[in-house]
Design a protein around this ligand. Structure first.
Ligand code: UD1
Ligand code: CA
Length: 468
């Protein structure tokens, strides 16, 4: 018999995470580009909850700010501060008192930990369902592990009913042999939780108030304590140190890659393909080994990226080829080819069919349709017109020691090898520069600039248009 009661959630995220040995609060360590705590919240907001209360403490301001910036949901999310971290039981009490969960309401409350980023919404839903179908005061999500390590062991009574949870530090040698563990996901009858929390005592090796002890308190008061076993124990893995962080990230990465392959992405070697949770890929993208896609990166249909391409917040159009390239905050147009060994720095916009070759660096540069910068160039603070060709070794000298200046290269212009364009400077449409020119004055359309410093010959292009 299933009974509907309103459901809310408390997320405990106040701990320092000492075992991480980090200046960053544990719950903000990213997995596949998204802070660990946000993965937990993502799973919760996928459920029909009344509200979510997050208990923050260590790095409270940073944690709160990160969540507020990165969570987009209509669901009310509140933050309460646990000033001193006295344990998971104390953190839960803080949530109940500070957020106005008062009275002995007939609603249900999920309590989850912010350091279990692999959990899926369906698994939390199955816990809530199990709870509603029983008449329990609390339902615990348990899991089986061959090596339960530091996890709390689930001790059952002779009838096989959950009796209590024992932390590793408190366990007897027999209890340490138990393979069923506390995952840290609970569903409580809220009205029964508050009085149970008041009866916790910190008489344990850590001197903390353990939320886990609330189960035995409820049981001893004659309430039903029940459990649901997680179908996939891996989902419940907690992250307490860097090794567990790497292991959890590997699981998440595999999940992300599986999903993209199902959506029509080819990965030559998924084990060597790193796609952040925030990245978007279109069908028939092909990712080669060593590709790292981060942040708000989007790759359009039929594009080939890699091997060894690292793109951050970069938009790639359709049918582009991006080999051995580092790009950040850039745009790569349809059918453009980039690399091998190119570096696109922020503000680079490559129009359709642009070609950027090896050992080319761009920054804050607009490169027009079909233009080519094939070899060994620096193009910074520049506009390159459609169809222009920038010869090998061309440098935009954009910095006079005080300020940055812009270079404009006109439509169809031909920049000779090793030209230095001393900005601010403009090379007109269809103009030419000779090899090795140092251009420090504007070159009119169709002119040739050659020599050091460059001399200008007006009308050069027209006079020579029949040469070929
Ligand atoms: C906890 C459980 C253990 C379980 C394991 C599952 C307890 C006592 N133990 O152990 O049974 O097997 O999780 O992963 O609950 N936190 C606070 N305030 C505090 C203390 C902790 O907000 O005062 C938060 C932490 O930020 C963390 C979570 O509670 O997100 C769990 O704390 P942690 O110290 O990681 O507990 P475990 O030792 O992993
Ligand atoms: Ca933990």
């Amino acid at each position: 018999m299933s009974q509907y009661r309103p459901l809310s959630a408390v997320v405990l995220a106040a701990g320092e995470g000492v075992r991480m040995r980090s200046a960053t609060p544990k719950v903000l360590h990213p997995l596949c580009g998204r802070p660990m705590l946000l993965h937990v919240i993502d799973a919760l907001v996928a459920l029909p909850l009344e509200r979510i209360v997050v208990v923050v403490g260590h790095g409270a301001e940073r944690v709160t700010k990160t969540l507020q910036e990165q969570i987009a949901t209509e669901m009310p999310i509140e933050f309460v501060e646990q000033r001193v971290q006295r344990g998971t039981g104390d953190a839960t009490s803080v949530a109940l008192t500070a957020s106005g969960f008062d009275g002995d309401g007939e609603d249900d409350l999920l309590v989850v930990y912010g350091d279990t980023p692999l959990i899926r919404a369906e698994t939390i839903a199955s816990l809530a369902r199990g709870h509603r179908e029983s008449d329990a005061a609390v339902t615990l999500l348990t899991a089986f592990f061959e090596d339960p390590g530091d996890l709390g062991r689930v001790v059952r009574d002779d009838d096989g009913v959950v009796d209590h949870i024992v932390e590793r530090s408190e366990a007897t040698p027999d209890e340490l042999e138990i393979n069923e563990v506390n995952t840290g996901f609970y569903c409580f009858r809220r009205g029964l939780l508050a009085p149970a929390l008041r009866r916790l005592s910190p008489e344990n090796a850590q001197g903390e108030y353990f939320l886990t002890d609330a189960l035995s308190v409820l049981k001893q008061a004659g309430h039903v304590v029940t459990s649901v076993v997680a179908a996939d124990s891996q989902e419940t893995a907690g992250v307490n140190d860097r090794a567990q962080l790497a292991a959890a990230e590997a699981v998440l990465r595999r999940r992300i890659n599986q999903r993209w392959m199902q959506e029509g992405i080819t990965m030559t070697d998924p084990e060597r393909t790193y796609v952040d949770a925030t990245v978007e890929l279109e069908p028939d993208v092909h990712l080669l080994p060593g590709t790292i896609l981060e942040g708000r990166t989007v790759v359009g249909a039929h594009s080939v990226v890699g091997p060894d391409a690292h793109l951050v917040d970069t938009i790639v159009g359709e049918g582009a080829v991006v080999r051995q390239t580092v790009a950040r905050e850039s745009e790569i147009g349809d059918e453009a080819t980039v690399g091998p060994f190119a570096h696109l720095r922020p503000g680079t916009h490559l129009a359709a069919r642009v070609r950027i070759g090896n050992f080319v660096e761009t920054k804050n540069a607009d490169i027009g349709e079909g233009a080519k910068v094939p070899h060994l160039s620096y193009v910074g603070d520049a506009d390159v017109g459609p169809g222009a060709n920038v010869g090998a070794g061309t440098i935009t000298a954009n910095y006079d020691g005080k300020k940055k200046h812009r270079t404009r290269i006109g439509k169809g212009a031909r920049i000779g090898s090793n030209t230095v364009l001393v900005a601010p400077v403009e090379v007109g449409d269809g103009a030419y520069t000779g090899a090795g020119a140092v251009v420090n004055r504007d070159v009119p359309p169709g002119a040739l600039a050659k020599g050091v410093p460059a001399k200008i010959e007006d009308g050069w292009a027209d006079e020579h248009k029949d040469d070929e």
